[in-house]
Design a protein around this ligand. Structure first.
Ligand SMILES: C[S@@+](CC[C@H](N)C(=O)[O-])C[C@H]1O[C@@H](n2cnc3c(N)ncnc32)[C@H](O)[C@@H]1O
Length: 264
């Protein structure tokens, strides 16, 4: 797991792996992505408090921790994504869509996580290259994207998504042609209430990833490599990541800060 410039809120969990697949190819696929994970022979052992367990079956790849009831792990699932157009989730007035702008065709999602924004953007019609540097998060995302191809309405959007397991900051210099827009939604410091953590996927992602303390640096590099703009998602009421914002689009929960491209 990448430790690069991310601050762990608690101690870094040990990642263990249980392979419950009938297909050896699938087991190899998972092992190749998580070479540092200790392979356990059974999923029946109690999950320790310092452990995050990846459980791979033929159906899906799940994350378990010590607060996960048996058989109720977290996995990435796009089958319920809201694909209403017009005034709905994919409509022209959707705040994320407005932030991306009308001229954009290609987007780099610099912080893909479990891919909710990646797939939303693909469903809006954009070509999306999704970067995720944490191998555990990226493995769950790759599994979710593969399964999404079984949902009729998602086949075409998912065909426009490329997943890259790498640090975006280090990869942008080699990425040609420049994407129209680079989108950043980093893991920000926890404020006041920890209620967001009661949501299982968020709690597990935060335990794996910690805080993304290098977001200002990512923004700087992104502005040099975007053709049109960089969009940064921030919690509502939090100041922008840096100077240079040209517009802010606010919703009840989040703000999208727009930065013009600044080629060097
Ligand atoms: C808050 S989550 C993103 C959530 C995502 N937008 C979604 O809709 O599910 C942030 C993710 O970005 C990843 N990340 C942060 N900085 C990165 C970088 N420089 N390169 C690649 N991934 C990065 C973290 O590992 C983490 O998984």
């Amino acid at each position: 797991m990448s430790q690069t410039k991310s601050k762990k809120s608690e101690s870094t969990p040990r990642v263990t792996l249980v392979l419950n697949c009938t297909s050896p190819q699938r087991e190899d696929w998972v092992k190749e992505r998580l070479p540092a994970a200790k392979v356990l022979s059974s999923s029946n052992e109690t999950v320790e408090s310092d452990e995050i367990r990846v459980v791979a079956t033929d159906q899906r790849i799940e994350l378990w921790d010590d607060q996960t009831p048996h058989g109720r792990g977290t996995f990435v699932d796009f089958s319920n994504i809201d694909t209403r157009t017009g005034t709905g989730n994919l409509g022209k007035n959707q705040p994320l869509r407005k932030a991306i702008g009308e001229r954009a065709r290609s987007i780099i999602d610099a912080t893909a996580g479990f891919g909710q924004d990646t797939v939303l953007l693909a469903c809006m019609g954009f070509e999306v290259t999704a970067f995720e540097r944490n191998p555990v998060v990226a493995t769950l995302l790759a599994d979710g994207l593969a399964r999404a191809k079984q949902t009729e309405a998602l086949i075409e959007p998912i065909s426009r998504v490329q997943l890259v397991v790498a640090d975006t900051k280090k990869s942008l210099a080699h990425f040609t042609p420049s994407p129209d827009v680079i989108y950043i939604d980093g893991m920000f410091p926890l404020k006041r209430s920890k209620s967001a953590l009661s949501k299982k996927p968020m709690r597990l992602a935060r335990r794996l990833v910690g805080e993304d303390t290098d977001l200002p640096e990512l923004l700087k590099v992104a502005r040099r490599h975007a053709a049109l703009r960089v969009v940064v998602k921030r919690p509502r009421g939090v100041k922008p990541l840096s100077d240079g914002v040209s517009a802010r689009i606010k919703t009840k929960l989040v703000t999208y800060d727009i930065y013009p491209a600044a080629p060097s």
